[in-house]
Design a binder for this molecule. Structure first.
Ligand code: NAP
Length: 258
């Protein structure tokens, strides 16, 4: 058990990696608050997960919504020990064709949203607490057509490090995890496009996609007292893909819809 008595907020916890993380943390003794854009979905997941799990609605790109989330958690629990921010969105477009509003939408959730979460979690979390951000293989590997997502996830790694430096005096640790391909509602639609999954797997030395539970286990470690000397780290969890090249997602999409 890594977290008896700890209260942890999982943002984006109603789906995919966040949901697996909420389940894992509950099984390991955390009280968990699932917070998500869709408050009804968060409530439904919290009911399914049962005792020890609560739900809240939040939009990470809206500062008032994020402050209301953390103030509500403090009102309910007195304090909180950990936050995992899994909220994320993506888009596909070449730089020269990119709609500016669409670029801003992705940055707003993946980078500015993460900043707002770290700002208000950092000012309220207990001393000695732990904050985990979700970057990506795309934080280090560029992908054609993924300029908004890659820019956000790369910036998020630096955001994580600066926050780690600034909060270290309170023993608050701030780390990122960077998954490779994990099939979730975010990535599942791309798996139906011929060539994309094969290209990923050809470029993954361990030869398979990851499971949400494998990312959740690493997040639990970073929240736990087994990682008390780790901060400002970015943990690649991708079957070795970071040692190879990123698949040509845009090329496969163009071929499929030509
Ligand atoms: P997911 O299943 O789509 O889960 C993301 C959750 O975030 C969804 O419930 C989504 O709600 C929520 N969300 C979106 N915008 C939000 C906002 N403004 N405020 C609050 N919540 C918001 O995706 P996932 O695959 O688990 O991804 C989790 C994180 O890991 C993301 O940051 C993603 O970029 C990162 N990641 C994923 C992979 C992968 O292969 N799956 C790889 C690398 C990194 P809605 O569904 O209502 O939009």
């Amino acid at each position: 058990m890594s977290g008896p008595g700890k209260t942890t907020v999982v943002i984006g916890g109603a789906s995919g990696i966040g949901l697996a993380t909420a389940r894992d943390l509950l099984a390991n003794g955390h009280a968990v608050v699932i917070a998500d854009l869709d408050g009804d979905a968060a409530t439904a997941r919290a009911v399914e997960l049962g005792s020890g799990c609560e739900a809240a609605a939040v939009d990470v790109s809206d500062e008032a919504s994020v402050t209301a989330l953390f103030d509500g958690v403090i009102e309910q629990h007195g304090s909180f020990d950990g936050v995992v921010n899994c909220a994320g969105v993506s888009t596909l477009s070449l730089v020269v064709d990119h709609d500016v509003a669409e670029f801003r939408r992705v940055l707003d959730v993946c980078l500015t949203g993460a900043f707002i979460v770290l700002k208000h979690a950092g000012s309220r979390i207990v001393d000695g607490g732990s904050l985990v951000t979700l970057s990506s293989l795309n934080g280090r590997q560029p992908g054609v057509g993924l300029v908004a997502y890659c820019s956000a996830k790369s910036g998020l790694q630096m955001l994580t490090q600066v926050t780690a430096l600034e909060l270290a005096s309170r023993r608050i640790r701030v780390n990122a995890v960077s998954p490779g391909l994990v099939v979730t509602p975010l990535t599942a639609p791309a798996m139906d496009i011929p060539g994309i999954k094969d290209d990923y797997l050809d470029n993954t030395p361990l030869g398979r996609s990851g499971e949400p539970e494998e990312i959740a286990a690493a997040i639990r470690f970073l929240l736990s007292d087994d990682s008390t000397w780790i901060t400002g780290e970015n943990l690649d969890i991708n079957g070795g893909s970071h040692m190879q090249r990123y698949p040509d997602i845009h090329g496969h999409v163009m071929k499929a819809f030509a």
